[in-house]
Design a protein around this ligand. Structure first.
Ligand SMILES: C[S@@+](CC[C@H](N)C(=O)[O-])C[C@H]1O[C@@H](n2cnc3c(N)ncnc32)[C@H](O)[C@@H]1O
Length: 227
């Protein structure tokens, strides 16, 4: 990883640096919105607060920056036989990114918030490769999927419950990309069945910052204990 110093607190907490970070995050957002319009015909950039934070530990709908996805999916290979699901897909930025990159497998998103789901449903209608489900992630069968993306859809306690649910549900191996995992990702460390494939920090690209502070993702491989 280049420029390790940008990940140091004394750098990104500096008053002048914080101003640059805030401005450049706005520029990144504008560029992301432009890329959304090219791929989907509409912008996916608007943040929608969660209606279910208290009751279900659900986070708000925030779209991941495209440059962070370039880093996350670098060297990540999909086969035609794979099947991808974004759990808590929001307005569908991950699905847009993968469709635009000509990902060869079917792409599915599940979203709890009805308004956000309808927004995503509208633009994805033009993409036969994409299926959208409106529903609760805790009521799905994940056996049809081989690659799962979690862009921090849940607060920490809910994330732990989701992993327990997943382990009770899955009968075959999957790869899990857990993005924005600094608060709860340690739950998978040294846990039976889980193997870490890659962990990296994401913060800046093209001379611009994407987020107010560094964010992390981890790619895991899970093998159900009985297989
Ligand atoms: C931070 S957004 C991530 C959006 C997208 N995955 C991305 O990274 O660009 C998290 C989304 O998860 C959804 N979510 C939270 N809990 C959920 C649940 N139990 N079932 C389905 N979706 C859920 C939220 O409504 C929100 O839209």
């Amino acid at each position: 990883m280049k420029m390790k110093w940008i990940y140091k607190r004394q750098f990104y907490r500096n008053f002048f640096v914080r101003i640059y970070i805030r401005l450049s995050a706005k520029v990144t957002r504008l560029l992301d919105g432009r890329r959304d319009r090219r791929i989907c015909g509409c912008s996916l950039a608007r943040y929608v607060p969660s209606l279910y934070r208290e009751s279900m530990g659900a986070t708000g709908s925030e779209s991941s920056s495209y440059w962070s996805l370039d880093q996350i999916f670098r060297d990540f290979s999909f086969a035609q036989s794979d099947s991808f699901i974004d759990v808590g897909c929001g307005k569908g930025r991950i699905l847009a990114y993968l469709a635009d990159k000509k990902c060869p497998c079917p792409l599915t998103g599940i979203e709890l918030n009805e308004d956000v789901y309808h927004y995503a449903k509208k633009w994805t209608a033009a993409f036969p490769q994409i299926t959208l489900i409106h529903g609760n992630a805790f009521e799905q069968d994940y056996n049809p999927y081989t690659v799962m993306f979690l862009g921090r859809p849940f607060e920490t306690e809910m994330f732990r419950r989701f992993i327990d649910y997943l382990e009770g549900n899955l009968t075959h191996p999957i790869r899990l990309i857990y993005w924005w995992d600094t608060q709860s990702g340690s739950y998978l460390e040294n846990r039976s069945g889980w193997r870490m494939l890659r962990r990296e920090w994401v913060f800046a690209s093209h001379g611009l910052f994407m987020y107010p502070c560094p964010q992390r993702f981890t790619i895991w491989e899970y093998h159900p204990l009985s297989t």
